[in-house]
Ligand binder design. Structure first.
Ligand code: CO
Length: 215
């Protein structure tokens, strides 16, 4: 792609917005009040706003390789804290996607240098669910299932944080696990049964009142 195209596209985009509303950017500059925090994969095919059909200002977005929520990732935790405590989002979404290169890499025996510690977290998801995953013979079905289970475990990681537990307890904030299917364009709600998943581990991760009944 010729990089000058980007700036030409930008000019066209501005013109389109102003044609519909001359105050569009003036209003945008006033501030943001998004309802959703979207945590997704950096994959170029999974464009958060586009696939949800939302406008600038609607969704607070964080993306990294394979939509991971790692407790010592200062970047992730800063985004989560700011979205939950300062922007008071109503929903936190973890959105994975089928055909995820990060998840695929975590299924292969290969040394990927600095990516190893990052992808190790996905290998840990595999270990947690190895019985189910090893029971799936078809490789692509196993791959898809690991994508889904990774979303589930990253949702659980979100639920392990004090800011999220507090927001669920005090104002009923919701957590959602989704998968985007690159081959169809379909956004799928995994409808994760958090109550069931957390019922035996609530005690371990409770940081002062983990209300799983409202999930
Ligand atoms: Co991906």
């Amino acid at each position: 792609m010729d990089i000058t195209t980007v700036f030409k596209n930008n000019e066209d985009w501005i013109a389109g917005k102003l044609e519909k509303n001359p105050d569009y950017f003036k209003n945008l500059a006033k501030g943001q009040n998004p309802d959703i925090l979207y945590i997704g994969c950096s994959d170029s095919r999974v464009s958060a706003e586009d696939l949800m059909g939302v406008k600038p200002g609607d969704v607070f977005v964080h993306r990294n390789i394979a939509n991971m929520v790692i407790s010592i990732d200062l970047n992730m935790m800063s985004v989560l804290t700011y979205a939950v405590e300062n922007l008071s989002v109503d929903h936190v979404v973890i959105c994975g996607h089928y055909y995820c290169g990060g998840v695929k890499a975590a299924m292969d025996a290969a040394d990927l240098g600095i990516l190893n510690p990052w992808l190790r977290n996905i290998r840990d998801v595999y270990r947690l669910h190895r019985k189910e995953l090893n029971g799936i013979e078809d490789e692509s079905s196993k791959y898809n299932r690991l994508v889904e289970l990774n979303v589930q475990e990253q949702c659980v990681n979100v639920l392990k944080t004090a800011v999220v537990q507090k927001a669920i307890r005090n104002r009923g904030m919701k957590i959602h696990g989704w998968v985007f299917d690159v081959s169809t364009g379909k956004l799928i709600d995994l409808k994760i049964d958090f109550k069931n998943i957390l019922k035996e581990i609530t005690e371990i991760y409770d940081l002062g009142g983990m209300n799983i009944d409202s999930l």
